[in-house]
Design a protein around this ligand. Structure first.
Ligand code: BTN
Length: 256
């Protein structure tokens, strides 16, 4: 199947991307980006886009469904473009989630859209998108973004139809994939730029967009479940909870 239309020239001309690879079908764009990193791809940042993925991955053991119409892409970057501090790589995921929210919010004026920590995009309690950040051993970072764009809920596997949202159904019309991608990349460029100089601004923006403020959350990490009221996202990207043992900040875990 040939790849759908995507204006690659526009993406290269109007964003910080140096090169684009566009596939009709891939297993996972993150896997392809990691492959490129190992093969020693130059001309970074490299953007991998797939019209559909056959084995899209989410954080941990999660799978990510991305059929025709959805947006699945991964960005391969030099880690040293972000500085050496690992905490900044966590903030990179939040910067990507914030970039998605900043892109879709103007299209969804009557809906509340924001971030669920660590870096999911939610609308009215349903998941619209997710981000998967992976560090490649060769010192390169992959930021994978999945967004339910021009696909309808009926196309999703039955198990996801009650928990997912799609932009097509929320807006009632199709969106231009190139324009959506270009907007995400512009906002992401700003966030990644801030990471180098003012990383706390990335945390502050994510906190302002966080939808979990004041909610009782359970975070599962290392076989333990910890409950607490969400205070928000800290300036270093951690999830801040008021727990029975006091105020604590978490940098990893599955949140319910
Ligand atoms: C999550 O919900 O846990 C994150 C989902 C991230 C999905 C995107 S789709 C593009 C990229 N390729 C993948 O295999 N995963 C990410």
């Amino acid at each position: 199947m040939p790849a759908s239309t995507l204006d690659i020239e526009l993406l290269v001309r109007e964003t910080f991307i140096a090169r684009v690879e566009h596939h009709a079908t891939l297993g996972s764009t993150n896997d392809r980006a990691k492959e490129c990193a190992v093969e020693g791809a130059d001309s970074l940042p490299l953007l991998i886009v797939a019209d559909q993925q056959t084995s899209g991955r989410g954080r941990g053991t999660n799978r990510w469904w991305s059929g025709p119409g959805s947006l699945a892409c991964s960005l391969l970057l030099e880690v040293n473009q972000l500085g050496a501090d690992r905490r900044r790589w966590v903030l990179a995921g939040l910067a990507a989630a914030a970039a998605c929210v900043q892109t879709v919010a103007p299209l969804l004026r009557s809906h509340k859209v924001g971030i669920h920590w660590p870096n999911d995009v939610f609308v009215e309690g349903r998941k619209l998108g997710g981000v998967l950040v992976e560090v490649v051993r060769e010192g390169r970072l992959v930021i994978g973004i999945g967004l339910n764009l021009n696909n309808s809920l009926g196309e999703l596997p039955p198990g996801l139809q009650k928990t997912a949202a799609t932009l097509l159904e929320l807006c009632g019309r199709r969106s231009d994939k190139t324009q959506i991608l270009a907007s995400i990349l512009r906002h992401l460029a700003e966030g990644l730029g801030q990471l180098a100089c003012w990383p706390e601004q990335v945390g502050a923006r994510a906190d302002a967009l966080c939808l979990q403020h004041g909610r009782m959350l359970t975070i599962q990490r290392g076989g333990r479940s910890i409950c607490g009221r969400c205070v928000g996202i800290g300036s270093d990207g951690g999830l801040v909870l008021d727990t029975a043992e006091g105020r604590r900040t978490y940098y990893s875990g599955v949140v319910r």
